[in-house]
Design a binder for this molecule. Structure first.
Ligand code: SAM
Length: 317
């Protein structure tokens, strides 16, 4: 279960929400409170959800996130609470979050060149993000991972540098294929660097061994023969994994989504604010899950001219 705690972000990544000034943020009163998120998660736990990932927008912009982490980690049946972050506030927050029960952290890192990082993310933040990753490792968050979106013509020449960085730190790096959920509409098939191309490039430099994709996992994993670091590929576009994808997403304003590309929302906020019983909330969740789309490969609108329903920051990956 991916829980977005805010749609707001202090970065403006060009493949997500570059035109920050034009975005109509979700009004504060529509954003779920920590108690509401905890209630929905408790019901989800009774239905078998065990793993939570906190995301956004930028989750570390939400004040007092430690309280939410503590609340979620203490729910019976929840085995892990992880977070995906841009890393801006991580140096300061890693310790308190670890103490609150956060397990691991995934940090988005799309370039190791300061000027390019600033161009891609809209903020001159590379040294600070790298310090955040170091701090996460120091305080013992685990796993610490790095997410990169490779975009042809923007950062695809840095794939091996990013891999080398991850190997140096002995952490896992995941390349996510560029998806057509970007704010500028720059997505097209040519800009997307398919996972297989990344594997070819990496295997020309390092001996790698496939570990496969675990059941219902989003990434297929490769290990380096020398045991340093790990490579993951998330290939929703070139090799979709919809058949056994069991991810659910809750937006900051309480909409449940059974697929990143789905256009159907299931409003949980209305339920938790209107005295609905846990049983009725559970039934609404099940209904959303049964209505999960067959898969991205069956969606005729996954094409260059598709009018995307929303930017990524509004969903949370
Ligand atoms: N703000 C946090 C961060 O930067 O990691 C969490 C939210 S962000 C939406 C989560 C992940 O989605 C990031 O790793 C980001 O790179 C990825 N992402 C955003 N837009 C994307 C797109 N159009 N295609 C693929 N991945 C995307």
């Amino acid at each position: 279960m991916r829980i977005s705690v805010t749609d707001r972000c202090n970065f403006a990544c060009l493949f997500c929400m570059p035109e920050k000034d034009k975005i109509a943020w979700i009004p504060q009163e529509e954003v779920l409170s920590f108690e509401e998120i905890r209630r929905i998660t408790s019901v989800l736990a009774t239905l078998g959800i065990e793993k939570i990932r906190i995301t956004g927008g930028e989750p570390l912009l939400r004040r007092g996130l430690e309280t939410l982490v503590r609340g979620l980690a203490s729910i019976e049946g929840i085995k892990s609470v992880d977070m995906t972050t841009n890393g801006w506030h991580l140096e300061r927050k890693a310790g308190p979050l670890r103490q609150s029960g956060l397990r691991g952290v995934t940090v988005s890192l799309h370039s190791l060149r300061a000027d390019r990082f600033a161009k891609i993310s809209g903020l001159d933040a590379l040294p600070r993000v790298l310090r955040g990753i170091d701090r996460a490792l120091e305080v013992g968050l685990g796993p610490v991972k790095v997410n990169s979106v490779a975009i042809r013509g923007y950062n695809d020449d840095e794939i091996l540098d990013l891999v080398e960085y991850a190997r140096d730190k002995r952490i896992s790096i995941r390349f996510i294929e560029f998806m057509p959920l970007d704010g500028l509409g720059i997505w097209n098939h040519d800009r997307m660097v398919p996972g297989r191309e990344i594997i070819e490039a990496v295997s020309r430099r390092y001996p790698i061994v496939p570990s496969g994709r675990g059941h219902s996992e989003t990434s297929s994993v490769w290990r380096f023969e020398d045991g340093r670091g790990e490579l993951g590929l998330i290939t929703p576009m070139s090799e979709p994994f919809c058949d056994d994808c069991d991810r659910l997403r809750l937006t900051a304003d309480g909409k449940l989504l059974s697929c990143l590309f789905d256009t159907e929302f299931h409003d949980m906020r209305h339920l938790v604010r209107n005295g609905t019983s846990d049983e009725e909330i559970a039934a609404a969740i099940m209904e959303a899950v049964w209505r999960k789309p067959d898969g991205v490969q069956y969606m005729p609108w996954i094409s260059d001219d598709w009018a995307k329903p929303r930017n990524m920051n509004a969903i949370g990956v």
